[in-house]
Design a protein around this ligand. Structure first.
Ligand code: HEC
Length: 238
């Protein structure tokens, strides 16, 4: 009888043997993180997205609503007019794999897209997020925190209501609903519009901002055409 002895102790042979074991382990191990995401952890990871994405259907912010994203064609959400041509023509359908790839590096996945987000390097955080997105998309989970803390501008207190706005030299003087007037260097005051249902009532612009003490702030109007009507050129009081 002929017995072939295989020497597995030689460095070379052992390397192969270990590689085989490692290979088998990889095959036998439970599917990698992709399938094993944790929805609750994912809800926290979604904090990185919430400034730009809501999960309510039809609620679009900087980015489109992610309600029902699972199984949908990329760039196809109804009522979101700001998709890039790159995303719309990418041919992607959102599933576990495509979301994981996109969230690892949006720019590498779809060059020239409009999502200003570097990506999430940690594969298990991505798996958690993808699991959460699937659940949220199917209406089975909600974000850990309320999506994008946009103020309800119709409920603004009198001190945030702008009753007069005058411009003189390089300064805007903003008078609020309590009768106080705050000066802003013109470069620090931004004008915005919010025509959504949560925006200010017509003719009742709202001052929002960290700085109500003369540093940066913004005045939000209901419609763009209100802006120049509202601002008076007036140096009589300075
Ligand atoms: C700075 C804002 C911003 C952040 C942060 C952001 N996104 Fe986006 N996202 C966008 C914009 C804008 C688009 C549209 C991109 C385009 O059209 O090229 C988009 C598109 C998407 C799409 C494709 C939607 C569709 O219907 O095709 C998905 C999915 C997505 N984002 C998920 C996420 C997730 C998950 C996060 C958090 C990890 C995130 N985004 C963070 C702005 C953002």
């Amino acid at each position: 009888m002929c017995v072939t002895r295989v020497r597995i102790d030689a460095p070379h042979g052992r390397g192969k043997f270990l590689a085989l074991v490692a290979g088998l382990a990889a095959v036998l191990a439970p599917a990698p993180a992709l399938a094993a995401g944790d929805i609750e952890r994912g809800a926290k990871v979604f904090g990185a997205c919430a400034a730009c994405h809501a999960l309510e259907r039809g609620r679009h912010l900087t980015g489109p609503s992610l309600a029902g994203v699972w199984g949908r064609k990329a760039g196809a959400v109804e009522g979101f007019p700001r998709f890039s041509a790159a995303l719309k023509s990418s041919g992607i359908v959102w599933d576990e794999h495509s979301l994981d790839t996109w969230l690892a590096s949006p720019e590498k996945t779809v060059p020239g897209n409009f999502m200003l987000f570097r990506g999430i390097a940690d594969a298990s955080a991505r798996a958690d997020l993808v699991a959460f997105l699937r659940a949220a998309s199917e209406g089975k989970a909600s974000p850990a925190r309320r999506a994008a803390a946009l103020p309800d501008l119709r409920q603004a207190p009198p001190r945030a209501l702008v009753t007069a706005l005058r411009h003189c030299g390089d300064t805007y003087f903003v008078t609020n609903g309590e009768g106080a007037t705050l000066p802003f260097w013109e470069f620090n005051l931004r004008f915005k519009t919010d025509s959504s249902a949560g925006g200010p009532a017509p003719g009742r612009p709202i001052l929002v901002g960290q700085g109500m003490q003369g540093d940066r702030a913004q005045v939000v109007f209901a419609q763009p055409e209100e802006i120049s009507d509202f601002i008076r050129k007036d140096c009589s009081k300075s």
